[in-house]
Write a protein that binds this ligand. Structure first.
Ligand SMILES: O=C(O)CCC(=O)C(=O)O
Length: 243
């Protein structure tokens, strides 16, 4: 089994850029087994907290394969993957604290599925530090709506939110982009991991293919000493009517 250990240069990159890619954190067979696992769970029927996104785009394929949330609360396999000791150790090094699992999610993003308006996770979860861990289960590239990040944007602090174009985003809110912000796509292979800061601007565009999925297993961690904060007016997604 893979066992990741971060080097000082990787910690440095995370601090400066706000994200870090680690190749083959899960091996390909494991990623394939996770796809089978989650497709089986999805086929069983609705789970607590499912969402296919805003209802104004009923033909979005995300409605047929809604995002799952907090599977670790009812699925022991998800709990085990989210608490893999080396991933927790990497997270501890990145946030310089004892990690506490805050949330798990599974994005199916079938062919034609909408993406998610670019945002900062702390615009949803008001705890800092917060760290996201995004595991690619399928190859993730531009065509399928890979993760995009704005390098260094975690250094802006929390930014205002605005309505997103729900033709492209399954959520109704997005971050108001700071001047000069450039979003870059992160190419990932099955099993690759992306660690990202709770304040980095990130999200994804739609899956433009007719035959490829972009499934991903996502964990969010806070630290034992993370602080809950009151968001400044206009910086939290709940300030929009359909976030
Ligand atoms: O996978 C995506 O499209 C977006 C995921 C995301 O925003 C997150 O994991 O915080």
């Amino acid at each position: 089994m893979t066992d990741i250990r971060l080097k000082e240069a990787q910690l440095q990159q995370y601090r400066e850029q706000g994200f870090l890619t680690v190749r083959s954190a899960f091996d390909r067979e494991q990623a394939a087994a996770m796809i089978t696992h989650y497709m089986t769970l999805r086929a069983e029927g609705p789970k607590p907290g499912d969402t296919g996104g805003t209802s104004d785009q009923p033909h979005d394929t995300n409605h047929q394969y809604p995002r799952m949330i907090n599977m670790h609360e009812w699925d022991p396999a998800s709990d085990g993957w989210a608490r893999r000791p080396d991933l927790l150790a990497a997270t501890a090094a990145l946030i310089d604290d004892t990690p506490v699992l805050r949330q798990t999610m599974l994005y199916f993003k079938p062919p034609g599925g909408r993406g998610q308006g670019l945002h900062q996770d702390e615009q949803y979860i008001c705890q800092d530090p917060l760290l996201g861990l995004w595991i690619a289960l399928d190859p993730a590239d531009d065509d399928v709506g890979q993760m995009v990040v704005v390098p260094g944007s975690h250094q802006h602090g929390l930014l205002p939110v605005e309505p997103a174009d729900t033709a492209f985003s399954f959520t109704g809110g997005q971050t108001k982009m700071p001047a000069g912000a450039i979003a870059v796509g992160v190419d990932m292979a099955p099993g690759d991991a992306l660690f990202f800061d709770g304040r980095i601007i990130h999200g994804s565009y739609p899956n433009r293919t007719t035959d490829r999925w972009r499934r991903s297993f996502i964990c969010h961690y806070v630290g034992a000493h993370s602080k809950t904060f009151e968001p400044a007016p206009g910086t939290h997604m709940s300030h929009l009517s359909h976030a």
